[in-house]
Design a binder for this molecule. Structure first.
Ligand SMILES: Nc1ncnc2c1ncn2[C@@H]1O[C@H](COP(=O)(O)O)[C@@H](O)[C@H]1OP(=O)(O)O
Ligand SMILES: [Mg+2]
Ligand SMILES: [Mg+2]
Ligand SMILES: [Mg+2]
Length: 355
């Protein structure tokens, strides 16, 4: 256990674990009218809102002065038409905050049996996530359910939390309730937590905190190298990935998976490269979608850059600025993927008559 950010690590793991217990149980109970479509057409469920309420409540008690950059806000729950959804979220969040998890966690991170939060307190907790981010100071960033589409399909999703200090990600915690503990045993036990502390390495635990394993990205031969990529073709370009794979002579089919579970899979060697190129102009990637994953990759010995080879900048606010795409891979693999990406981009520009 590292001495750096020890309290933050304990609180973040406890918060992510409680949110994972909540989201797993919500999935089994989710009914049709418990999902909304947001302004950008993406889905949000009672699970996303209540997980953000739980994590922000725990962070708010432990670190009351820390701002939070969270994906969700409570605006749609404060209006009349959101009442049914709000009541459900209050019920789920209080259940998750007050339940005895019985998995060795210090009791004080949750709330005592009679300490349920009022609806207003929980909506305010969700709205603690509206911080705008920036270059200086200490802040958390939270994606309460990353890969909501995967969550709704019963596939991969992740609860993702990171601590950023002066634009550098110092701590990342990712809970993956549906990820097999051992990728070689896809039908074996599921549910993992991934933790990285800058300068102190990365590890995987089971959801109950057992069986810690340090993570180090293995080296890959040209024969066994493969890509990790989004399931959703609208989120990252599959055709661009196919061209890069062709340039590199990759024979294995890509592994498609929703959410930052891709960063976790890369960190433990289930795949060799995570390539996420934009599908069009306009979409700005969000800091909560990459902050925990980026420190996990770096602490597992890998490299993450944009497609120009530049580091990601977590100091620009809630987004990562203009979207040049991302390349994450082990040290030996990253340079050749970057070169192949540059070649594929040049080909693309030529075919559009831009060169
Ligand atoms: N056009 C887009 N390009 C890239 N990422 C997107 C786009 N639309 C949504 N996303 C985000 O991609 C993430 C999921 O990625 P993946 O496909 O790898 O699982 C989600 O956080 C989702 O955001 P949101 O949570 O707002 O839906
Ligand atoms: Mg979303
Ligand atoms: Mg997300
Ligand atoms: Mg999300």
């Amino acid at each position: 256990m590292s001495l750096k950010f020890t309290a933050e690590e304990q609180v973040a793991v406890a918060a992510v674990r409680r949110a994972c217990v909540l989201t797993s149980s919500v999935f089994n109970k989710l009914v049709k009218n418990e999902t909304l479509v947001k302004g950008d057409k993406s889905p949000v469920t009672v699970g996303d809102y209540s997980a953000q309420a739980v994590v922000n409540t725990i962070l708010g008690r432990a670190f009351p002065d820390d701002p939070i950059v969270g994906e969700e806000d409570a605006a749609d729950l404060r209006i009349e038409s959101g009442t049914v959804l709000k009541n459900r979220i209050v019920e789920l969040a209080n259940e998750a905050l007050t339940s005895e998890l019985g998995i060795g966690e210090k009791a004080e991170w949750g709330l005592g049996p009679g300490q349920s939060r009022t609806p207003d307190e929980l909506l305010d907790a969700i709205d603690r996530g509206t911080y705008g981010g920036g270059r200086t100071g200490r802040m958390w960033t939270l994606d309460p359910i990353d890969g909501t589409k995967g969550f709704l399909r019963g596939e991969q999703y992740a609860v993702c939390l990171a601590l950023i200090v002066d634009a550098q990600v110092e701590l990342g915690v990712i809970g993956c309730p549906n990820l097999p503990v051992d990728a070689l045993k896809p039908d074996g036990p599921r549910g993992c937590i991934f933790i990285a502390v800058r300068g102190h390495g990365a590890k995987q635990l089971t959801m109950s905190g057992a069986d810690p394993k340090p993570l180090k990205i293995p080296s890959f031969s040209d024969d066994n190298l493969n890509f990790l990529e989004s399931v959703e073709a609208a989120h990252s370009s599959h055709s661009f990935n196919n061209r890069v794979a062709q340039i590199l002579g990759i024979k294995r089919a890509p592994t498609q998976m929703d959410s930052q579970a891709k960063y976790c899979s890369l960190a433990r060697g289930d795949g060799g490269v995570y390539l996420r190129m934009p599908t069009g102009v306009g979409y700005k990637e969000k800091i909560w979608d990459h902050a925990p994953g980026s420190v996990l990759i770096e602490e597992a010995g890998g490299i993450i850059t944009d497609s120009r080879g530049e580091p990601l900048d977590f100091g620009l606010g809630r987004t990562l600025g203009e979207n040049y795409g991302f390349i994450a891979a082990g040290k030996d693999v990253h340079a050749k993927v970057l070169a192949a990406v540059k070649q594929a981009k040049e080909e693309e520009a030529k075919s559009k008559g831009n060169l």
